[in-house]
Design a protein around this ligand. Structure first.
Ligand code: SF4
Length: 76
């Protein structure tokens, strides 16, 4: 996404199965490629992973993101 993905916004590269369209593509952002899965981040359920990601976004939320809608973490 131009200027990076704001907190709380669904990445435009996610397909309808929540898979990254840029996986394996050199255009994939470095921050995405460098993020390694870990048990404490992924957990055993989608809900655990979404809670973790939501907390990361909350911690990195900036005032520039305030006008943006929040992610619906209950959607499947
Ligand atoms: S890995 Fe990065 S580019 Fe791909 S969907 Fe997630 S945030 Fe978007």
């Amino acid at each position: 996404m131009q200027n990076g993905k704001p907190a709380g916004v669904r990445c435009i590269q996610l397909d309808d199965r929540d898979r990254c369209r840029l996986f394996g593509d050199p255009r994939r952002p470095q921050v995405c490629s460098s993020l390694q899965p870990a048990a404490d981040m992924c957990g055993d359920t989608r809900e655990h992973a979404m809670h973790w990601l939501t907390e990361l976004e909350r911690l990195t939320f900036t005032t520039a993101d305030r006008h943006l809608p929040q992610r619906n973490t209950t959607a499947v």
